[in-house]
Design a protein. Sequence first.
Length: 68
Amino acid sequence: MRVRRILGLALAAATLAGVSAVGAVSAAAASSPNISRDDCTAAGGEIVSRPYDGYACALPDGTRQAIT
C-alpha cells in the first residue's frame, strides 16, 4: 500500500513537471517574434519608438513586435 502511494505521488509529480515544461514552451512560442524594419513596412506596419526599449513595429492589426 505504501509503495503504491509513493509511486502514485512520483507519477503525479512527473506529470505536473511535464505539463509545466510544455506550458513554458507554448508560452515562448506564442510570444511575438522579432521582425525587421523592411518586413515591418512591407506588412503595412509603422516603426514606433518605445521608451527605454528601442523600436517596435506597430502592425495594422494592433499588435506590436520588437524590431531586430
